[in-house]
Design a protein around this ligand. Structure first.
Ligand code: PLP
Length: 402
């Protein structure tokens, strides 16, 4: 809910578009003004060459579409063997058949058939849990080397793309080490592997920019996928932004006959795109990106004060995408047992106190509206502190910990 709840103008924009044209079938090779206008607005704010948009209905479908685009692109270039996608352990990319295969969680693969012939994984860039004694610099070197080794082992002629969230969200709000993004992008460029930046969470202001890839991390991806904040959650919408180069290959007869056989009934839904346009208008008019850039470091600083609590092992994230990681032993970073269910325990107490946090295993994840003021940040952190202390006291009293 990037722009926050109860935005009257959003409700009006949605209602007006419903009365004007609620739906139009894009299979007729035409479109509606909000779709064209929104695509143009996205191209304006996206990194340089990303000037084309494929609209869908959410993040999973946006990622699914990105993979199909990558496959079609290399096939039209006469390199049909370039199909494999490299993803990361703890990366989350969705719940369709294909994107659940791209997701690096064991429970997304157990009890399912996954597309293991298509997807390969490299390690999670998780600084807090890097090998003991390894410097951050050496850790980053090893991750970059691992990606290069993986491409070489698979054969660059078989690898279509690398997909990565700038900050791993559902995997645990994991911020890769300094330099990681740029260096992995350079490896991709070296081997002509497309770089797909999954900005489903980081897009639309959560890190203080429309998109984080270039503005925060200096990477110009070949594709960016977006959802969630693209309408601030008011309506379902997904977008796959692609470069001029990819679009040219997919649409020009120079690259042989064939068209991109991919599309959904609700590709380019006019009402969702009208919501997207209004969302951007509000973010811009209210200076929400500037607010996040201003208040984000304060939020990080305030949350870091929780590190004085004996069960808070790590506090991390960036701007309005943050989390606290709980440990039973700060020295060894040992986790609480599953029975303690520390994340849910803290989330329940926090909810009773009026604060909703997302329990994610042993984490408390915070992804609040981007309009949170400094005073509200103070209040949030105090409520979380009180909740953690209450749970800690309970665990001590019951002899479960301490
Ligand atoms: N990619 C990332 C980084 C996500 O966090 C999510 C959802 O949480 C998705 C993709 C999938 O998006 P959706 O749930 O809209 O399909």
């Amino acid at each position: 809910m990037n722009i926050g709840y109860g935005r009257e103008e959003m409700a009006q924009a949605i209602a007006q578009q419903i009365m004007r044209v609620p739906y139009f079938n894009t299979f007729t090779d035409t479109t509606t003004p909000p779709v064209a206008n929104f695509a143009a607005r996205l191209a304006e704010v996206a990194p340089g060459p990303l000037n084309h948009v494929f609209f869908s209905t959410g993040g999973s479908v946006a990622n699914d579409s990105a993979v199909r685009i990558a496959h079609h692109y290399f096939s039209r270039l006469g390199r049909p063997s370039k199909k494999k996608i490299i993803s990361r352990v703890k990366g989350y990319h969705g719940s369709t058949y294909l994107t659940s295969s791209l997701t690096g969680f064991d429970d997304y693969h157990e009890h399912f058939h996954t597309m293991s012939e298509l997807v390969e994984f490299v390690s999670c860039p998780y600084p807090y849990r890097r090998p003991d004694g390894m410097s951050l610099g050496a850790f980053c070197d090893s991750l970059v080397q691992e990606l290069e080794d993986k491409i070489v082992a698979l054969g660059a002629e078989n690898v279509a793309a690398f997909i990565a969230e700038p900050i791993l969200g559902s995997g645990g709000v994991i911020v890769p080490p300094e330099g990681y993004h740029r260096r992995t992008w350079e490896v991709c460029q070296k081997y002509d592997v497309l770089y797909i930046s999954d900005e489903v969470v980081t897009g639309f202001g959560r890190l203080g920019h429309w998109f984080a890839s270039e503005d925060v991390y200096g990477v110009v991806p070949d594709m960016i996928t977006s959802a969630k904040g693209i309408t601030s959650g008011y309506l379902p919408l997904g977008a796959t932004l692609l470069s001029d180069q990819i679009h040219e290959v997919m649409s020009s007869e120079t690259y042989g006959a064939g068209y991109f056989a991919h599309g959904f009934t609700y590709s380019g839904h006019p009402v969702a795109c009208a919501a997207g346009l209004m969302n951007m208008e509000i973010i811009e008019r209210d200076g929400i990106l500037e607010h996040v850039r201003d208040a984000g470091p304060y939020f990080e600083e305030r949350l870091a004060t929780l590190l004085d609590l004996p069960i808070v092992g790590d506090v991390r994230g960036s701007h309005f995408m943050l989390c606290a990681e709980f440990v039973a032993d700060k020295e060894t970073k040992a986790l609480f047992s599953d029975e303690v269910d520390i994340g849910s325990r803290i989330a329940k107490v926090a909810e009773r106190r009026g604060l909703i946090v997302r329990p994610l295993g042993h984490l408390a994840v915070l992804s609040p509206p981007l309009i949170l003021t400094r005073a509200e940040i103070d209040e949030l952190v105090e409520m979380l502190r009180a909740s953690i202390v209450e749970v800690m006291d309970g665990l001590l009293r019951d002899g479960v910990w301490g």
